[in-house]
Ligand binder design. Structure first.
Ligand code: GRF
Length: 217
């Protein structure tokens, strides 16, 4: 192993705060509703953490808004019910969020996990699950909010990036931070290679963040 890769290996494990002990959370399983728009690798990470006994929770439902979202295929593979709510079928964001709230309630969801949910939330949803919505974002917030966070970081020339799991408030990518992980930017990185490195860490911190948020309650 070269000196460089040693440094990079060490850096990729920088997570704060770290929760070392398993299983995470209380004796009563947390009831999760996961919302995803696309690939769903974070959905998968949460499902894996539950399956391996690291996170004491169950996924009540996946809500997805794009008919072709791979997250729905992943849900089927895990035997998790998936509900398609297509935002294009609603007149307003509020009406759309109202329908989401109704579905989450029907599935008896306690914690809402935004795992690549690419729609802005309104108070209809945020107030219905106050301090119980968790988002994963591919930057070290408060830097690089909004879409294309990885491209923004590359354009800015920063040398350390990462991901943040945080509670959701009305302002985009701004709620209280639960956990962050840092990763290095390598000289030949593209947005794709850098995002892939960040996602490895997303998959580690999201289950931990869910546990941490629940333990704080
Ligand atoms: C992740 O990078 C997440 O941080 C962002 O959207 C992406 C979703 O990835 N909010 P996936 O669909 O979970 O693979």
């Amino acid at each position: 192993m070269s000196q460089d890769s040693t440094i990079h290996t060490a850096t990729t494990s920088l997570i704060a705060p770290n929760i070392p002990s398993y299983p995470l959370t209380s004796s009563v399983p947390l009831k999760l509703g996961i919302m995803a728009s696309g690939n769903g690798s974070n959905f998968e990470a949460v499902a894996q953490a539950i399956a391996t006994g690291q996170l004491n929770a169950q996924i009540q439902v996946l809500i997805y808004n794009n008919p072709t979202a791979k997250a729905a295929v992943r849900a089927a593979n895990w035997g998790v019910e998936a509900v398609l709510l297509n935002h294009r079928d609603y007149k307003s964001r509020e009406q759309f969020d109202g329908q989401i709230v109704e579905q989450l309630r029907q599935y008896d969801v306690e914690w809402v996990i935004l795992a690549g949910w690419m729609r802005l939330l309104t108070p209809v949803l945020i107030d219905a699950f106050a301090d119980k919505i968790i988002n994963i974002h591919p930057s070290l917030l408060p830097s690089f909010k909004g879409i294309n966070a990885v491209e923004q970081a590359l354009a800015a020339g920063v040398k350390i990036v990462g991901c943040t799991a945080h509670l959701v408030c009305l302002e985009v990518d701004s709620g209280p931070i639960l956990i962050q992980a840092a990763v290095p930017v390598l000289p030949d990185d593209t947005a794709e290679t850098l995002h892939a490195r960040i996602q490895v860490q997303e998959h580690r911190i999201l289950p931990q963040a869910i546990a941490l948020a629940a333990l704080r309650k």
